[in-house]
Design a protein around this ligand. Structure first.
Ligand SMILES: [Zn+2]
Length: 129
């Protein structure tokens, strides 16, 4: 089930990369046609459902300025491992993962933290286990 889904995803990505560069107009037409097929409809729906589940279900009530201030205040030090990785390498982390959040959950500036890329991907891996 999971494998099948990934295969379809990979196929589409490959198709996109190859065909779009070749002929954008033809590619758009092909996508339109694909979306009309039963398989295409399913894939598109699944894609949207996934996107909705990850982001649109939650409410983010902080501004980019607040986040930038938090990032600057961190001085480039990761909140999780305390390593100094530099402000440019600090990433935004939702302390309570968005993928597990109930619909309508509100994220304010106190619900996010500045962490390094390493901690961020470790955290994601853990969630997927
Ligand atoms: Zn870290």
């Amino acid at each position: 089930m999971v494998d099948g889904r990934n295969n379809i995803g990979n196929k589409i990505i490959l198709y996109r990369q190859n065909k779009y560069v070749e002929n954008p107009e033809k590619y758009k037409e092909a996508v339109k046609q694909y979306r009309c097929t039963p398989e295409g409809k399913l894939t598109t729906e699944r894609m949207w459902r996934k996107r909705r589940a990850n982001k649109a279900n939650v409410v983010e009530q902080y501004t980019i300025d607040e986040w930038n201030k938090m990032k600057n205040d961190s001085g480039g030090i990761c909140s999780m491992c305390n390593k100094n990785v530099g402000i440019n390498k600090i990433t935004l982390d939702h302390i309570y993962p968005i993928s597990k959040a109930e619909p309508g959950r509100i994220y304010t500036i106190t619900d996010i933290q500045p962490i390094c890329g390493g901690c961020n991907s470790r955290k994601n891996n853990k969630l997927e286990e």
